[in-house]
Design a protein around this ligand. Sequence first.
Ligand code: C2O
Ligand code: CU
Length: 489
Amino acid sequence: GLAAAPLGLAVGCGPDPAAKSATLAEAGTSRPLPIPPLAESTVDDAGVRHFTLRAGAGTTEIVAGKLTDTWGFNGSILGPTVRAERGESVAFTIDNTLAEPTTVHWHGMHLPARYDGGPHQTIEAGGRWEPAWTIGQPASTLWYHPHPHGSTERHVQRGLAGLFLIDDADTRALDIPKTYGVDDVPLIIQDRRFLADGSFDESDPTDIGLLGDTIVTNGISDAYLDVTTGVVRLRILNGSSGRLYNLGFPDDRTFDLIATDCGLLESPIAIKRIQLSPGERAEIVVRVDPGATTTLVSFPIEDGGGVSSSDAENFGMNDRFDIIELRGVASRASRSTLPAQLAALPRLDPSKASVSRTFDLQWYMINGQRMDMNRIDFEAEVGATEVWTITNKDNWPHNFHVHDVQFQILDVDGRTPPPHLRGLKDTVYTPPGSRVRVALQWSEYTDPTFPYMFHCHLLMHEDQGMMGQFLVLEPGQKAAPMQMDMPMD
Ligand code: C2O
Ligand code: CU
């Protein structure tokens, strides 16, 4: 029972991604939220689950009555939701039918660097890439998106992004909403601007990149969701380039935050607002009574995101958007409580850390340097626990994302992080002047040849070079020459 996508809108499905076949709906009408289909897979004799993704161009009716040239995986925009079990081995066949190189990065995934899909794993136009690994991390809402050096914003903005859900036995045993597309609903939030002819307006970036004036959820604007189950779990991804969201409801009702970037929290937290910077995820459980309607809204960002009032205006911090209407319809089953305990979170002991590193974010640089595909910024040792101090020395907003590892936030400006920042994370917002300390531990995968990335996840900043690379090595192992199939500038 998946909710149907509006007629003619191919979200991650359809036989031919290049087909220009969208049917016009009546302009100005609200449409049901498209639910990205679950990616089809087959399991081979060795137990490996195989998926196929194809990046290609198409046309999508994002705004009712307008056709937009878009890119997608297995369809015209976004991609299917990949779903696999902790402990399972997965393998992908990824074809690039675009006219230019791209990559596919598994955001939030712990996996070998050669399959990470960063800027070194280029898939040429017409090319194929076949990564494979075993999933070894807890149930969570991860995502996948391109990461070509200097072009990530454009590739994601045109529509290349999808969710990657990891399941595990502990989470399946919990009494929480879990029927995909019914009471467990993916919600990819993005912002876009359009020209009069319906095409994306990719001009006039702000100092934090492209900001849109139209909210797009799972690939369409002006969407609603029928809530048939009394409560609904929304798995929210901020898939925008540079915009922050501060999500809540007009009546200031509380809802339960149950998970952040890399999995469940220890217990549900009743909150009225959740802020997400680009790349971050949150899973919330919201009650919508039958017959009642409410709207998920993005309110102005608290404290203007920490930037000056004139910059706050330029960076969209004061904007208020309706994200999606939730319509309570006759309830099939209702649930009044959530389990008090959700997950046991591993806690690293920062006093056991053998390495500390500092990362200063300033002027499109990290520690005074821009990304260089030929430079390894540091070498880490597998097994080591590290403490990182990340400081935003700009007046601009930044955030910070690390590949391969899930970190825990130790403190924000010296203070214990608020409850919603106490789960496992891979991306954290760093307001101007702020200092965030995180603890992390390298495990399992080493490679002297392929690096992982760390960067600001405001995609224009990343493209401008707010990124660096590191190797994870065995003790005593030496770095080997990097392998690159992409010409350097
Ligand atoms: Cu979501 Cu390095 O990226
Ligand atoms: Cu930044």
